[in-house]
Design a protein around this ligand. Structure first.
Ligand code: DWN
Length: 433
């Protein structure tokens, strides 16, 4: 079946063209990258669905020439993307540790007291709620994914099934009072109607409360060519300057910012209602962004050229291994992996399958390329000579965990920014690479 035959006519209500900047509402949007037609990145298929047509959506990226916000050119209906959601941060010890640390810092910085309310939009399966609950706060999760909210509620982590909107914020405030703390990690980038979202934040947040948000940091994406993190769930890719401007329109001041390693480089932004003095870190990060040319379309045009080169380099590396009759698999059936495999057309003729720890994904097939998702446990049984790390953000955790695979000769490949076989040294029992 050709790709064209494969793609069903996308229904009008499933996608629309983003005509105005979702930060400043300017119409001056300029497309700088086109990743082609892409399936929803987390829409894994059962075997019975493989011969059914599959929706693909245009994936283009634009720069607002007014406020320099980077955003997708099309919005896919969030119902399609998030109603039954398979991403769970609990799949990684790295993320569990990360959210424990966030809770400690958030409580310290907001001076939240036991029994104060913390609300977590995009609370997923409750992994982010647990540490706040252990610290004695009243927790409330808000997430549109019914399947994930059920997991959180089954563990006594109060979660409502909805998007976080101004209306929901009013209902929450009526029922639970104002929130001392609102934390949104890997959420703000997923929201189309940011005005409604931030009206919700300012409605619900206590006048002396704190709003803490975390998201992948655009300068890292550009610098490390992390184009596989561009997909329909991520409507916006924030640098600090346009984010500061967006929050200011809602009466929120960014008082501090922290750079993070997670997800290929993120930032943690601390904001409070009203006029406040930003820290020196806020000012210096914004100055650095200007120096990196993030307000200049030529920076993004160069990025786009580099993206296509990386795609070609990855495909030719894998084809060269295939020509030498090596078996090559993928490791980590991540959303970004589904972007890479579709962008580079890496189908079952190149990859033998993708190993993954997520029970829900195992036995299914990846969107678009229909690669079988295999259990992590079967890696040693099958012992592919090479495994492409599509979960490169967890490279250390995965490479350390798969010591026996490596001892038997298995090698990992990091796909971006330079597709390469990972060379690691074992010294005094510790692997480093
Ligand atoms: O913003 C988002 C980021 C935070 O997470 C979401 N919109 C979607 C999601 O993106 P992703 O699917 O690329 O996320 P991950 O967590 O990077 O995906 C990692 C994949 O690797 C998961 O399917 C789990 C798997 N994994 C594994 O098989 N063995 C992960 C670890 C740590 C492992 O040891």
């Amino acid at each position: 079946m050709s790709l064209a035959e494969h793609q069903i006519e996308v229904k009008q209500q499933d996608i629309f063209r983003n005509e105005y900047c979702r930060g400043c509402e300017s119409p001056k949007l300029e497309t700088f990258l086109n990743l082609g037609q892409m399936p929803a990145p987390n829409r894994f298929l059962n075997r019975a669905e493989l011969d059914q047509a599959e929706p693909f959506y245009p994936l283009t990226v634009e720069l607002c020439n007014e406020c320099n916000l980077v955003q997708l050119g099309h919005v896919v209906n969030p119902e399609i993307l998030f109603a039954n959601y398979v991403y769970s941060p609990a799949a990684s010890k790295t993320m569990i540790r990360h959210f424990d640390g966030l809770a400690q810092i958030a409580v310290a910085r907001s001076e939240a007291q036991p029994n104060d309310l913390v609300v977590v939009p995009g609370s997923n399966d409750g992994t982010q709620l647990k540490p706040f609950s252990r610290l004695g706060l009243r927790v409330l999760g808000v997430d549109p994914a019914k399947n994930l909210a059920e997991i959180a509620n089954s563990e006594g982590l109060n979660t409502q099934v909805s998007l976080f909107t101004e209306e929901e914020a009013k209902n929450i405030k009526d029922q639970h009072g104002s929130a001392k703390l609102i934390t949104a990690t890997n959420v703000v980038a997923h929201v189309h109607d940011l005005k409604d979202f931030f009206k919700g934040v300012t409605t619900l947040l206590d006048k002396d409360g704190m709003f803490i948000s975390e998201f992948p940091y655009l300068p890292d994406l550009i610098k490390k060519l992390e184009f596989d993190t561009i997909y329909h769930e991520h409507l916006t890719h924030f640098a600090l300057a346009p984010y500061q401007r967006l929050l200011a329109t809602h009466g929120l001041t960014i008082v501090d910012v922290e750079k993070l390693e997670v997800h290929g480089g993120s930032i943690r932004v601390f904001a409070k209602p009203g006029d406040r003095q930003p820290s020196g870190e806020v000012e210096s990060l914004i100055a650095t962004e200007g120096a990196q040319g993030l307000n200049n379309i030529s920076t993004y045009q160069r990025f786009s050229k580099d993206v296509y080169q990386v795609g070609r380099d990855l495909r030719s590396l894998l084809e060269s291994l295939q020509d030498r009759n090596y078996t090559v698999a993928g490791y980590g059936a991540s959303a970004k992996g589904n972007i890479l495999t579709n962008f580079c057309r890496l189908g079952p003729e190149i990859l033998s399958g993708i190993y993954d720890s997520t029970p829900y994904k195992q036995g299914k097939f990846t969107p678009g390329m229909h690669l079988p998702v295999l259990s992590e446990g079967s890696l040693l049984e099958n012992q592919p000579e090479f495994s492409v790390l599509f979960a490169w953000n967890f490279a250390e955790e995965i490479i350390s965990k798969q010591r026996e695979y490596r001892k038997r000769g298995g090698q990992f490949i990091i796909p971006i920014p330079v597709p390469s076989v990972v060379k690691y040294v074992e010294s005094n029992g510790k692997d480093s690479y």
